[in-house]
Design a protein. Structure first.
Length: 318
């Protein structure tokens, strides 16, 4: 008997009274005096999902229905919200979604059992373990147990190694979403100087690898800095593109930005129920391009997650 609830998800059961034509809401320019152009992640996500939707229809016509699984441990509010949005996005493009919900009291063995279930479930082409997990559980050990081909987040060591070697494989979703955003808005970063604030394994480090790769939307001169450096501005002021992945609210301020630069806020934190980006909103008065507080990198991350899922389903068809 499973020590958790396993269900196939219909997000209409989770959110009533909403039409699910699109899982993302359009963004608006909240500051009427801002000079920067908005890097709307919603527009980028819709472009990606248009392609995903077409590929899902083709696979389904050939008898392969893509499936995405999620594993959520505990009752963390933001994590539950993220998972719900992923299931909404799946429904909007025709991907089946499966959810394993474990209580906060779960053991490591319970988490591994959920991973093993998804590994062996032929209807689940790819899945994620929602991070963070409760204290006392080893996220990395669970990630290592995952089959690399079913890694929807692109964070398994095998897939990060493929990124280093520039081999095919699922790419980390948030870095890939940021790259897709730059390509969508025709921001050519080849040979440009990019400064990334943050060195975490889910965003900062893989993004540096991705943007320095020799491929379209990359081939940049990338510098990685972090919150332990006293004068971050000494690095960011020389950059053409600044991407913050620190998870520290307001760590990027206007005095750190050269006028006209591209500024992407990839890291977030929370003040109560309010989402706080790494980039102070006043940076919009200096930057040439900037992501909005809401509807920036988040939608592109979900879109790339679904792209990885469809890629995995395509491998199953072959």
């Amino acid at each position: 008997m499973r020590p958790y609830a396993l269900m196939q998800v219909n997000s209409r059961c989770l959110i009533k009274g909403r039409k699910l034509e699109s899982p993302f809401q359009p963004v608006s320019n909240e500051k009427t005096n801002m000079t920067a152009k908005l890097l709307s992640g919603t527009d980028v996500a819709e472009a990606v999902l248009g392609d995903v939707r077409a590929r899902v229809a083709e696979l389904t016509s050939n008898g392969v229905i893509p499936g995405l699984g999620t594993i959520l441990v505990g009752d963390d509010g933001p994590s539950a919200s993220y998972v719900r949005k992923k299931h909404e996005a799946c429904e909007s493009v025709g991907i089946r979604s499966f959810h394993a919900e474990l209580p906060a009291t779960s053991t490591q063995a319970d988490l591994i059992a959920a991973v093993d279930d998804f590994n062996t479930n032929p209807e689940v082409d790819a899945y994620i373990i929602q991070y963070p997990v409760p204290r006392g559980l080893d996220f990395n050990a669970a990630l290592m147990r995952m089959l690399p081909d079913k890694d929807a987040d692109g964070l398994h060591p095998v897939n990060l190694g493929n990124l280093v070697l520039q081999e095919d494989g699922p790419r980390p979703c948030t870095p890939a979403g940021i790259q897709a955003m730059l390509l969508h808005y025709d921001i050519d970063i080849g040979g440009r100087e990019v400064v990334i604030i943050g060195r975490g394994p889910t965003l900062g480090r893989p993004l540096a690898l991705l943007l320095s790769s020799k491929e379209p939307g990359a081939n940049a001169a990338v510098t990685v800095v972090h919150s332990g450096i006293a004068d971050l501005g000494a690095y960011t002021r020389r950059a053409d593109i600044v991407i913050s992945a620190a998870g520290v609210a307001g760590i990027v301020t206007p005095d750190m930005i050269t006028p006209g630069s591209v500024v992407v806020s990839g890291g977030i934190s929370w003040e109560g129920k309010r989402l706080m980006p790494d980039v102070d909103e006043s940076v919009a008065d200096v930057a040439g391009w900037i992501t909005p507080r809401l509807g920036g990198v988040g939608p592109t991350t979900v879109a790339m997650l679904l792209k990885n899922t469809v890629d995995a389903a395509g491998r199953r068809q072959v």
